[in-house]
Design a protein around this ligand. Structure first.
Ligand code: ADP
Ligand code: MG
Length: 252
């Protein structure tokens, strides 16, 4: 436990939280706060620039390519996700997912309005941990928290993990912009293990295709189909589908 009694990983589920077993039953029951049928994935991390929007854009497009009906909610006032989606729409003619723009309503209300229209909803959030994010996490079936292998990102991950745990939401930390070799990166990886943060199987490298994707409305595989960026994010998508599968089948 590394002196962090508040943080527990349990029963093989990628969850963090003090009330692990309650969490597990809510996870398996498949229904979170809003009683929705869709699988709800929120990207969250207190630190800006960690990769929340980049991962949200890739997940929404890749999961849509796998045949799921996708919807997205952009809770960040900076609207990076929405800007990417508009660029994508201009490029494709129409979006491959539904973009919810009812910004004056609460995330819970917006999720209820989307019920039945999407199999998976992706919620992209700002780099804050306020009550709106906390409520959103409580509605979520999975919180994806990207972090870079820097001490600042690790520091930001602890309150993020605590909020995920308090929301009884399954969490998955994704190492983003991983440097090929760096002693500090190895130290942070081992610290994450010691803290028992649930870490995604795949690390995402620092790749030009990811940087280009936000600027162009595309995803890595549309820029460089057989590049490393495309491979890494596909593997992350595979793991997320594995996590969502029981829930999607139950809704099925
Ligand atoms: N793996 C990556 N490789 C290269 N650039 C990245 C990667 N992840 C994110 N970026 C770039 O870093 C910046 C911040 O990423 P972003 O997803 O907007 O972070 P957040 O939403 O957490 O603030 C963006 O310009 C994005 O293109
Ligand atoms: Mg963002």
């Amino acid at each position: 436990m590394g002196g962090n009694g508040w943080l527990r990983n349990y029963c093989g589920l990628p969850c963090v939280g003090e009330s692990g077993h309650q969490n597990r039953s809510r996870h398996n029951s498949g229904r979170r706060g809003a009683g929705l049928m869709a699988f709800i994935i929120t990207t969250a991390q207190r630190k800006g620039g960690a990769g929340k929007t980049t991962i949200a854009c890739h997940l929404v497009a890749l999961l849509a390519k796998r045949g799921f009906r996708l919807a997205a909610i952009d809770l960040d006032d900076q609207k990076s996700f929405t800007t990417w989606a508009r660029r994508r729409e201009a490029r494709l003619g129409e979006l491959d997912f539904r973009l919810d723009e009812n910004a004056r309503f609460s995330p819970g209300f917006r999720l209820r309005k989307l019920d039945g229209a999407a199999d998976i909803v992706i919620i992209d959030t700002p780099p804050t941990l306020d009550s709106v994010i906390s409520k959103t996490m409580r509605e979520s079936n999975l919180v994806v928290a990207p972090l870079q292998l820097s001490p600042l990102d690790l520091d930001a991950s602890l309150p993020t993990a605590r909020m995920i745990g308090d929301a009884l939401a399954p969490g998955l930390f994704v190492i983003n912009r991983a440097p090929p070799r760096a002693r500090i990166a190895d130290l942070i990886r081992s610290k994450m293990k010691e803290l028992r943060l649930p870490i995604a199987r795949t690390e995402i490298g620092s790749r030009a295709a990811f940087a280009e994707s936000l600027a162009t409305g595309r995803i890595a595989s549309e820029i460089e189909p057989s590049g490393l960026a495309a491979k890494e994010i596909e593997k992350l998508t595979d793991q997320i589908i594995e996590l969502a599968q029981p829930r999607l089948k139950a809704a099925g």
